[in-house]
Design a binder for this molecule. Structure first.
Ligand code: ZN
Length: 148
């Protein structure tokens, strides 16, 4: 049986956060949502927060061309060599530069220095709950829906 996780990350890949704010956000979720487990993680450099087997294709956000996983893997290796300090890559389709964070991932993925992982939630996280989380975390968030 596969697991489903909702990962909550900041829209900004470089944003850092205080542990206290992360703890409050986890407690807020625990009080509102039945789930298999809710955990927060933080990282020294931006990590790629993926959607697991839900990642089917990646497209250029500018011209819509499908990007090969080979090209993307190389771009990821280059950025990782630098600790993801820069996420900028030159797109092979239209030659423009864009952040790897802003590619059109289907399903959505992103880069972040922290995440809150909600394992097997019994229901969707409501829009009202997300607004409350954004207030506690003091940043707009992105939700990643992952099958693991
Ligand atoms: Zn393009």
């Amino acid at each position: 049986m596969s697991d489903y996780a909702v990962k909550i990350i900041p829209k900004s890949p470089q944003m850092e956060i205080a542990d206290a704010a992360l703890d409050s956000a986890v407690r807020c979720l625990e009080s509102k949502l039945a789930a298999g487990g809710i955990e927060a993680h933080s990282y020294d450099t931006p990590a790629f927060i993926d959607c697991g087997s839900n990642l089917e294709e990646i497209r250029c956000p500018l011209c819509g061309e499908e990007l090969s996983f080979d090209w993307w893997g190389e771009a990821m290796d280059t950025a990782a060599g630098d600790g993801f300090a820069s996420l900028e890559a030159t797109l092979p389709c239209c030659g423009e530069k864009r952040s790897l964070n802003d590619l059109d991932y289907h399903f959505p993925c992103g880069f972040a220095r922290w995440e809150i992982v909600v394992m097997n939630p019994a229901e969707e996280i409501s829009p009202g709950c997300i607004v409350e989380l954004e207030t506690i975390l003091d940043t707009p968030v992105r939700l990643i829906h992952a099958h693991i």
